[in-house]
Design a binder for this molecule. Sequence first.
Ligand SMILES: Cc1ncc(COP(=O)(O)O)c(C=O)c1O
Length: 463
Amino acid sequence: MPLKHPSSATGRSQDLAVAPLFSLETGTIPRHELPDGELPPDVAYQIVHDELMLDGNARLNVATFVTTWMEPQAEKLMAECFDKNMIDKDEYPQTAELEARCVSILSNLWHAPEAAEATGCSTTGSSEAAMLGGLALKRRWQKRRQAEGKPADKPNLVMGINVQVCWEKFANYWDVEMRLVPMEGDRFTLSADEAVERCDENTIGVVAILGSTFDGAYEPVAEICKALDALQAETGLDVPVHVDGASGAMIAPFLDPDLEWDFRLPRVASINTSGHKYGLVYPGVGWVVWRDADALPGDLVFWVNYLGDNMPTFALNFSRPGAQVVGQYYNFIRLGVDGYRKVQGYARDVATRLSSRIAELGPFELLTRGDELPVFAFTLKDEIENFTAFDVSNALRERGWQVPAYTFPENRTDLAALRVVVRRGFTHDLADLLVSDLERQLPRLEAQATPVHDQTTGAAFAH
Ligand SMILES: Cc1ncc(COP(=O)(O)O)c(C=O)c1O
């Protein structure tokens, strides 16, 4: 006889079903296999919750660029949308509408000439956005080459060696040669001359980073565009620029409004940003916007007949959470220009004050000050030989701070630095605590006979 659910109309039991709580505390469950049976939700919750206590404290993590604090109202809205799939535009037309509004808002913010007809989309982050921006550059170049009857099988992309790993992935996944400009002396970013020198008829574009991951410095986008204008005048080569504004595209519009880095420069074809960095949303949301519809070849856009509607999609993923896009729209209307200016301005204030306090401690030398992205890198003075940047990072970890130490790439692999990312939620007070902890650890480090940690034994850090 089939069992009846206790609350079904015909088989109603007089007894109330009580779920056993915490009944498995002395039992075990396999770590790497699906358990045979079920667990009560409270027990499952407690097990996972307890294990996660070993993760670092997100607010003390000055390694990440990604948002670690949002307002409770934003969290509530996002929780209300956890079940919405971004791709179901027919089922959730209002979420789709909010995505389109966010694209228009960014398009306007970045001075696209036809912002009313904004071309762009949300992504899972800047990495996916970079792939889409890169693909559009490659396809435009291929079409032009084919139209001219020329070979289109050896595309290359010019960028600084300081690019984030997403660009290496792009080049690898889509068979594009990376033309990397190495660092030289105290130049840690791409320069206009070095970029132009590497361009030829197979160059699909130049990537300029607004806010280098290594040290927070802006690359000179306007100078790079000007040098490419001169190249075109001289040789006829028309090389577009993609701006990787993962962080800076949500800083510069508010704090450096006169800096021309965006679609005000006619050569800038596309821009990406991470909504989950200085867009101030929890991970993962990113954005890519093209200057106009012409910059995105139509044959990259798929028209999908899905659940009764015909809709355009340009993305690497299909299903994706809608909550982050809603969180982004919340931030846009909640903060507006003034709010973003205040939040980012405060972060820059904290960053520049913190960097100058660190410089005053004695053994450190600043590579950047935090006056572009609210991010700065510092190294040890040449005369310090008995401890390393990795020792400093480890010493700070003892107090819970995650301050990454890393060596710079080719040509400057001799340089080991520490980096601090100041984000929303990192206050002057926390910055003072960080300086106090650094001050407290210095006598011990200075008393060390020889270095203890290097890049192989220090805290792991990957960009
Ligand atoms: C300059 C730059 N580009 C791209 C990325 C990748 O961003 P995401 O983590 O949003 O994929 C980062 C991440 O730090 C970055 O700093």
